[in-house]
Design a protein around this ligand. Sequence first.
Ligand SMILES: [Zn+2]
Length: 258
Amino acid sequence: MGVPGNTPPAELAATDLFAVDAYRTEFDATVEEVDREGSRIRLSRTAFYPVGGGQPWDLGSISTPAGTLAVTAVKRDRGPVWHTVEGELPDAGQEVHGEIDWDRRHRLMRTHTALHVLCGVIWADYSIPVTGGNMEPMKGRLDFPFPSMSADLGAAVERRINEEIEKAHEIVVDFLPRSVADADPAMIRTAANLIPQEIDPLRVIDIVGLDRQADGGTHVLSTAEVGGVRVVGTESKGKDNKRIRIEVVDPEGESTNE
Ligand SMILES: [Zn+2]
């Protein structure tokens, strides 16, 4: 157990709305900076998730006094979050209203959480840590240094993931002081010590009783919200590198992939 209930740094809570409330879909903000050449804007705060940690950026729109802009990319540039937009750029100082594409984001939150459940299951059952991964809405993959992997293993893992999803584990966003995080076995196992020491506290996603790791992404509040998972592929990517591909499905068992 860590030290639950650590509150987010005030600065982060004021600017990176996605980091403290993954369910926030709309926000008001002031335009801080406009990069006309790059067709991108920086805002006083944002609910748009910037690409990172295997999770794609959010899509959506930003309404300005001159009209509505489509958001086509969201990335950090040496710290701050920049929104690449299509349409007439606003001026610095103007008030805008942002709205994320919530259907897509929620699918990404379910997928991202499913990948943590996969991580937790592989660690609990085989003591093998994850080494890489990626996701798109309702599909994801993780790599593990398994010496070998059979189709039976895929089926066993799928069964275990769905078992854990059904347990409706609570998911908590925690902020751990570095001194605590660096001594925490779960953080050591997931190599959180490789994150620069200036980042203090560490944002930690805790699937209570299953998996904890330092993470900047957006996740659902309970594993039950994921729905269900299918293991759709197990591949060897070389010696001691095996890839597991999953698909997230709706609770009724109906895939929303398309
Ligand atoms: Zn995550």
